[in-house]
Design a protein around this ligand. Structure first.
Ligand SMILES: *[C@@H]1O[C@H](CO)[C@@H](O)[C@H](O)[C@H]1NC(C)=O
Ligand SMILES: *[C@@H]1O[C@H](CO)[C@@H](O)[C@H](O)[C@H]1NC(C)=O
Length: 268
């Protein structure tokens, strides 16, 4: 029971952190929801994870059989519950989903065995789909051996913004965005990021994490488990952060160049 409530708290936290509406530098777009609508059909590889019909995380198609996501999205899901999980790809809205959307079930889930929910290190997992998705181009991952830090580069993060209430939330608090949103962020160095989180003794930026930030604007990382993309390559997985709309803190991502061999050995 205790464990369950910890999991629910983590869930509520990850929603609070990652599922706020996206904001955009262009204030004229929309003051309330903010963010920029993603171009229709531009992120077909993005997967929405649904549990009993409600979205709880994002992911990305990395081979025709496998979706990459965050460990914190799936580490509590037991094989007997796989049937309650659905993945939706190729959609730009979730309620209702596009008519061209592709739905798959779960065959298997593996998360990094050294994932630590306290420190968020190794926040990476792979979901094997119940049947392959042949007609969508998977998102490429960093080249084997690449040690680029990406600091200073601009990336894109995509997600559906707030699509359901947090578990702690009031049911009547409104519907939020159903639409796929994208936002631009700049990757910062890990030491800049550590400085942002210096006051928090619980938050430690490890070498296997990467931080991205949009200065002077309220941004949010999109759904947990979703991709951070630079030049058409996924370099990070939305992992954690403080205060989604708080410009004091960068968003923290799983740094994929650290996990290339884990990914290779767990892909099917
Ligand atoms: C994905 O959706 C687009 C419409 O947004 C559609 O044109 C395309 O055929 C779909 N792709 C697949 C593989 O179903
Ligand atoms: C919220 O969603 C419900 C059910 O889908 C719908 O009936 C209602 O009109 C929506 N409210 C707003 C403000 O969009």
């Amino acid at each position: 029971m205790k464990k369950l409530s910890i999991i629910f708290t983590m869930f509520a936290l990850s929603y609070a952190v990652h599922q706020e509406p996206l904001f955009d530098k262009n204030e004229d777009i929309d003051h309330i929801v903010g963010g920029k609508k993603a171009k229709l059909g531009s992120f077909q590889f993005l997967a929405v994870l649904l549990r009993d019909g409600e979205s709880f995380c994002g992911g990305s198609l990395v081979t025709s059989n496998c979706v990459l996501t965050a460990a914190h999205c799936v580490d509590y899901i037991k094989p007997k519950d796989y049937s309650s999980i659905k993945l939706i790809l190729n959609t730009s809205t979730i309620n209702p989903i596009d008519s061209k959307a592709i739905e798959r079930g779960v065959k298997n889930i593996v998360h990094h065995k050294n994932y630590n929910s306290g420190t968020s290190v190794n926040d990476i997992a792979l979901i094997t789909l119940d049947s392959p998705v042949e007609d969508i181009k998977p998102i490429p991952l960093p080249r084997i051996g690449s040690t680029l830090s990406y600091a200073g580069m601009w990336g894109t993060v995509i997600g559906f913004g707030r699509t359901q209430k947090t578990l702690a939330d009031d049911e009547s608090s409104g519907n939020g965005s159903n639409t796929l949103m994208e936002s631009s962020l700049q990757i910062i160095t890990n030491s800049q990021c550590s400085a942002m989180y210096a006051e928090s003794k619980d938050a430690k930026i490890s070498a296997s994490m990467l931080c991205a930030y949009a200065a002077g604007t309220d941004t949010c990382q999109g759904d947990s488990g979703g991709p951070l993309i630079v030049d058409g390559i996924q370099i990070g997985i939305v992992s954690w952060g403080y205060g989604c709309a708080d410009p004091k803190y960068a968003g923290v991502y799983t740094r994929l160049t650290f996990f290339y061999s884990w990914i290779r050995s767990n892909l099917v």
